[in-house]
Write a protein that binds this ligand. Structure first.
Ligand code: ADP
Ligand code: MG
Length: 414
């Protein structure tokens, strides 16, 4: 898996894999050599004639044995992630040198290989590491190609053929491991996200309840005060407006804990859009923004919760306005895209959303604005989801953003 993630759990897993690998490596290596030099010649014409063979002779075995103490040292002291590379590189180097000494300048036919090479390949998925898998592939296949070219001997082709078959198998295992681990991680992420929302929701509900009551009595008394002493204080409307703003934030917050129950009724999208544009138009005009609407054809009434869809459009239009401090045009289009679906797009010419920010959209409290709450899109997503619709964002930095909403026309399940 990911190297460099220094989680004790992952290091423990890597160490477990390394231990297994080293055991298998030496058991295979020694048994193969014993079999080749001491067992096989007793029964067949094959096998090594004389141990330790020519080439590096005993030095080869000494070298391979020395890999063990260095690995143990790295295991205990250093970075366990590099042991597998160290074993691979050392073995391949010893083996290449051994073969060069054995065959270079002699007219013997190339016949080499130890089962540990196949082990390197076949066992490589246990590290669940694609980089290691490709390094093994490169080293082992590279070794045979290199020897084949240097010794000018086509006999290297048969071990390469076997290796390629094993490579394919090992690669299948490896991708299966990866895909399984990815699914596990995704499920885990989803669960964590849900839990986070649940905890935040409970908090938001509790705090929201406590804030709502004092706020509404504050607003009530303020209105009373204004009625009793009209025209004496120009700050009343501002105070009431600000109280309403707090109320809206509290309402959005409480949405996390308990999404409002949705009431499906037939409503006209054209009217909903018209209403929300009228509501936000003043703010737009103040910023030099023109809001255009376009309805391609007659739009039928759709089953929806009108007040909630108004909320969605207000949130999206406000975001578009807030993204265009230098003015421009916002285009809102509605059209029928199939017999059962309606599409609404909101196009702005604002500063756009970076790819990284796109992945965070709709996370509660994610906001890049100084005065943003980061609740608007969360509520929006939730409402669209409850309508069994879809919302997507496409954006180009510096050019603008397009929000696309697809809603079913009828609330009846197919
Ligand atoms: P808020 O508006 O309070 O910041 P929202 O949930 O409405 O919270 O939006 C979250 C963030 O998404 C914004 O802070 C902004 O960075 C980004 N965003 C949303 N809509 C747009 C848009 N049309 N253009 C650029 N950025 C946007
Ligand atoms: Mg917003």
């Amino acid at each position: 898996m990911k190297e460099g993630v220094n989680s004790p759990r992952l290091i423990f897993e890597e160490k477990k894999a390394i231990k297994l690998f080293l055991w298998l490596f030496y058991i295979c290596f020694i048994s193969y050599e014993v079999f080749w030099y001491f067992v096989l010649p007793n029964f067949t014409d094959y096998g090594g004639s004389q141990f330790p063979g020519n080439g590096l002779g005993f030095w080869f075995y000494f070298g391979v044995l020395c890999i063990l103490p260095v690995s143990i040292f790295l295991y205990l002291k250093g970075n366990p992630y590099i042991i597998k590379y160290f074993v691979l590189a050392s073995y391949v180097i010893f083996d290449v040198v051994d073969n060069l000494v054995k065959y270079l300048g002699s007219d013997r036919q190339f016949a080499s290989g130890n089962i540990v090479e196949l082990l390197f390949l076949f066992i490589s998925p246990i590290f669940v590491n694609k980089k290691y898998f490709w390094t093994v592939t490169f080293c082992i296949v590279g070794k045979y190609l290199f020897l084949g070219i240097i010794l000018n001997d086509p006999n290297v082709l048969s071990p390469i053929a076997i290796i390629v078959i094993l490579l394919v198998l090992a690669y299948i295992f490896l991708t299966r491991f990866y895909s399984y681990i990815n699914s596990l991680t995704l499920v885990h992420e989803e669960l964590r996200h849900k839990e986070k929302l649940a905890v935040m929701g409970q908090m938001a509900m509790a705090i929201g309840h406590e804030i709502r009551n004092p706020i509404s009595s504050l607003k009530g008394f303020l209105q009373l005060q204004q009625e009793n002493h009209p025209n004496t204080n120009e700050y009343y409307p501002i105070m009431i407006q600000e109280i309403d703003r707090i109320n809206n934030i509290v309402n959005d917050l409480m949405y996390i804990g308990k999404p409002r129950k949705i009431k499906f009724e037939k409503a006209s999208i054209k009217e909903i859009i018209g209403y929300t544009v009228a509501l936000t138009n003043q703010q737009a005009i103040n910023q030099g923004i023109i809001i255009e609407t376009e309805f391609k054809e007659a739009i039928p009434m759709i089953d929806c919760d009108e007040s909630q869809l108004k909320q969605v459009l207000i949130n999206l239009i406000k975001n578009a306005i807030e993204a265009m401090p230098d003015g421009g045009t916002i285009k809102i289009r509605a059209m029928i895209i199939s017999s059962s679906e309606l599409q609404i797009t909101i196009n702005d010419e604002g500063y756009g959303i970076s790819n990284e920010a796109l992945t965070n959209l709709g996370e509660p409290f994610y906001s890049t604005k100084k005065e943003g709450t980061g609740l608007g899109l969360m509520v929006t997503n939730q409402i669209i989801k409850e309508h069994r619709g879809e919302i997507t964002f496409k954006s180009n930095l510096g050019i603008g953003t397009m929000v696309t909403i697809i809603l079913p026309i009828s609330s009846e399940k197919d």
